[in-house]
Design a protein around this ligand. Structure first.
Ligand code: 5RP
Length: 260
């Protein structure tokens, strides 16, 4: 069954499987959103069903909550859990400082709140997500629907004085309609090409009226688990300054590949 997975999916799977080992009995854990995070949820579901793992899960989107319940993980809201030991999530880009671009799946707001309310954030990603400079992936910015064109114009005007290559902001669409986030907002995707100063940009964007949150995660991520298509993983810890390598074997009969 795993033979049907593309190399990129294998890379996402091994990163997720490696990071699933960080979850211990009794922990409160934030579950990210996206295809890599979905592998994590499936791996943790398997551990719950087959190894009796018990932990408190806080999802970062409606779809992660649905998948978690489907695979046997009970979920609670962040306010019930209050503070988390760990959040594991995917990313669209990460750099050498473990600064991230997130929100390709449109869940950046809950993802940032949950990750910030966690002692540790671990990013799981295939190797293609590593970049020298953030910004090639369009930067998602969540905005309120009211007056969104005015907010878009303000964002584009603000970008003129920022250290970025491109300055165009496009409203994310879902077919013919604007994309709606779980919080009922819209998303602007900023086509920046290269972000010279991610910290400054993150602060400035959030000061624009109508902007709810941006997809730059600065000083939030502690570890990145990078997966490769041949089963190798590399875990980098920014606080410890360590790099750990491992290799996971694919087991054709693993229940986790059912229905994929
Ligand atoms: C969702 C996200 C995702 O983590 C990000 O888009 C990566 O997704 P994938 O794992 O599918 O590549 O930020 O809002």
């Amino acid at each position: 069954m795993s033979g049907e997975l593309s190399p990129i999916d294998k890379a996402k799977f091994v990163a997720a499987k490696q990071a699933a080992q960080f979850v211990e009995d009794g922990m409160r854990v934030g579950l990210g959103t996206g295809s890599t995070a979905a592998w994590l949820v499936r791996c943790l579901g398997e551990a719950v069903r087959e190894e009796g793992l018990r932990f408190t899960a806080v999802p970062t989107s409606v779809r992660t909550a649905e998948l978690a319940r489907e695979v046997g993980i009970d979920v609670v809201g962040l306010d019930e859990a209050k503070w988390l030991d760990l959040t594991i999530d995917g990313a669209d880009e990460f750099d050498a400082d473990m600064s991230l671009v997130k929100g390709g799946g449109g869940a950046l707001l809950q993802e940032k709140i949950v990750a910030t309310a966690s002692d540790q954030m671990v990013v799981i990603a295939d190797a293609a997500k590593e970049v020298e400079h953030l910004g090639n992936f369009p930067l998602p910015v969540e905005i309120v629907p009211f007056g969104w064109r005015t907010t878009q114009a303000l964002v584009e005007e603000t970008l003129v004085s920022m250290d970025v290559m491109g300055r165009q902001a496009s409203l994310r669409m879902n077919g013919a309609q604007p994309f709606i986030t779980d919080e009922g907002n819209h998303i602007l995707d900023l086509h920046l090409g290269r972000i010279g100063n991610p910290r400054q940009l993150a602060m400035v964007l959030n000061q624009i009226p109508g902007v709810v949150e941006n997809g730059l995660f600065i000083d939030i991520c502690d570890q990145v688990v990078i997966g490769y298509g041949d089963g190798r993983t590399e875990t980098r810890d920014i606080n410890e300054g360590t790099v750990t390598e491992d290799r996971l074997e694919f087991v054709e009969a693993e229940n986790i590949f059912r229905d994929i």
